[in-house]
Design a protein around this ligand. Sequence first.
Ligand code: G3P
Length: 223
Amino acid sequence: MKFFIDTASLSQIREAQDLGVLDGVTTNPSLMAKEGITGTDNILKHYVEICNIVDGDVSAEVIATDYAGMISEGENLAALHPNIVVKVPMTRDGVKAIKYFTSKGIKTNCTLVFSAGQALLAAKAGASYVSPFIGRLDDISTDGIQLIDQIRTIYDNYGYGTEILAASVRHPMHIIQCAEVGADVATCPLSAITALFEHPLTTLGLEKFLADHRKAGQQSVKA
Ligand code: G3P
């Protein structure tokens, strides 16, 4: 399963890249705003900076909601860097735009997906990625992981090549559960990825190994 980081923070992207397990980045307008990135020129420059840090797909979301606007914005985004994936919302115009981008060889990520039917439409339009938001489903007492499982079954039934990119991941157990049901990608906050490193028995075990090593060294000096 690929690990993407879900942020527009360059420092967090660098930190995740340094871990050696990062495969890509997803952003959205809320995440860009959180970093204080405003104005088209600054936003476009920021995407290029992200692409220069990470060797993998970087999702850049269109703001337009009409077909013509999405096409023009998406083409500009795609021209920024070969790793840009145009992120398009799950709407009627969005699905038409995905179909168009697919015909032009431009990679797409269909976002704001909350049902299996929406995921089926995205795959039929040829989306490179589909982004079901599992945390937001959990927030309304609906099982987000179950949706990933359902989409996996449907895509496997028909051999759709669209990759399932689990989004709105909130904690390390979401990552494990995504891997169990066969998500292709999990896009996560940095904290959820780094939490995977931690286990108290690893910490204790390492302390004991090092203590034993030091003790053995002291004994050989004495002897
Ligand atoms: O990738 C989509 C993601 O950013 C949404 O996450 O935590 O706002 O539901 P969240």
